[in-house]
Design a binder for this molecule. Structure first.
Ligand code: PMP
Length: 361
């Protein structure tokens, strides 16, 4: 393959050329505990039933009205209130991009606490919007005064609150959330509560969403157990969702995506049992990590645990040599120095993780 010619390169945005692509680690042959996936597969009988259902689909046709069956099934599954609507994305990543696109008015900006999910900043950058990151406190709580001051100063179009947060696993203080939501509403901006990790959390904002007309609640089936399917959804007041939905590419949810998602929702109890198992595994892993000299795990309401170790780079490489892949987030933000993000796996995987960690400290 020849290189892209210099002339052609001039047609590609300078800021894009200097960007790094979203990094996906090579995980071949590894115990994969780097991306908050549900480690459980569908039981064999369900794999077979799904295979038959997918085999019978009319893949020669564009996705059809059955996508609305999925919207209804998700609305019911999530307990969407009356007067609200639901929009689907090819993963919540797509919804985050579409939101930046829909809100691209002159001077618009996006604000989120840091460290946080990278796509909030990346979507802003790609859309040419400013991004304002507000550091969390040292114990990974929202810095209420700093958040309110930043909202007042920048008047962002969107404030993202991941609830729980990635990579810290934190659930924010309810009073602080409400103050941020009110401040953001008062200056005419949106709040997005990103509940990607809802299957593992003790609370959801869904029961508070009717209090406001400027809050969107985003979820995904990725952590539920369908990361390979790519299906995110966003719930919000009907009129607001109708506007944002206009930027969605036609047919963004494939026939395969929606049929898999519908099938999964018909068997939601299987996924609920898997999430319960992972919550129990999280408790066990937290206790085991806390007992390791030099390791400081932080409390988590997600299917990941952030842990500080004496030398994250060395431990990460050591674990990799033991065929256990986690994520070294030390360089993501100064607050994360020497931190590794460990996805909660099956009991066996967690044993492998603990053994590799012990051997690599
Ligand atoms: N929100 C948060 C907080 C996440 O951590 C992630 C992915 N890790 C996403 C959204 C994206 O999820 P999806 O797979 O639905 O694109």
């Amino acid at each position: 393959m020849s290189n892209v010619s210099p002339q052609l390169m001039q047609r590609i945005r300078q800021d894009v050329q200097s960007m790094h692509a979203y990094a996906i680690q090579d995980s071949v042959g590894m115990v994969k505990l780097d991306a908050m996936e549900n480690p459980h597969r569908l039981p064999a009988d369900l794999q077979k039933a799904l295979g038959e259902r997918l085999g019978a689909l009319a893949l020669n046709r564009y996705p059809d009205g059955r996508v609305n069956d999925l919207r209804h099934a998700l609305a019911q599954h999530a307990g969407m209130p009356e007067g609200f609507d639901i929009m689907l994305g090819n993963g919540s990543d797509e919804l985050i991009s579409l939101l930046a696109m829909a809100c691209d008015v002159p001077g618009a900006s996006i604000l989120a606490p840091l460290p946080g999910f990278v796509m909030y900043a990346m979507s802003a950058q790609l859309q040419g919007l400013a991004f304002h990151g507000v550091p969390l406190t040292a114990d990974f709580e929202l810095d209420e005064a700093a958040m309110l001051a930043a909202i007042d100063q920048h008047k962002p179009s969107i404030v993202y609150l991941a609830y729980p947060n990635n990579p810290t696993g934190s659930l924010w203080n309810d009073d602080t959330i409400e103050k941020i939501v009110l401040a953001q509403g008062a200056q005419g901006g949106l709040v997005v509560m990103d509940e990607a990790y809802q299957p593992f959390a003790s609370k959801s904002y869904m029961d508070r969403i009717t209090r406001h007309t400027h809050v969107l609640l985003m979820r995904t089936l990725s952590k539920f157990g369908l990361a390979g399917v790519r299906l995110g959804y966003m719930v919000g007041p009907k009129a607001l969702v109708a506007e944002i939905d206009k930027v969605r590419p036609p047919y963004n949810i494939s026939v395969l995506n929606y049929e898999c998602a519908l099938f999964a929702l018909e068997h939601a109890e299987v996924f609920a049992a898997q999430a319960k198992d992972l919550r129990e595994q999280r408790t066990r892993l937290l206790q085991a990590l806390a007992a390791l000299p030099g390791v400081t795990p932080f409390p988590s309401e997600a299917n990941m645990i952030l842990a500080r170790v004496p030398d994250a780079a060395q431990t990460f490489e050591g674990m990799k040599a033991h065929k256990v892949l986690v994520k070294n987030v030390s360089k993501m933000h100064p607050l994360l120095s020497n931190c590794l993000r460990l996805t909660v796996g099956t009991a066996t995987e967690n044993d492998q993780l603990l053994a590799a960690l012990k051997a690599s400290l």
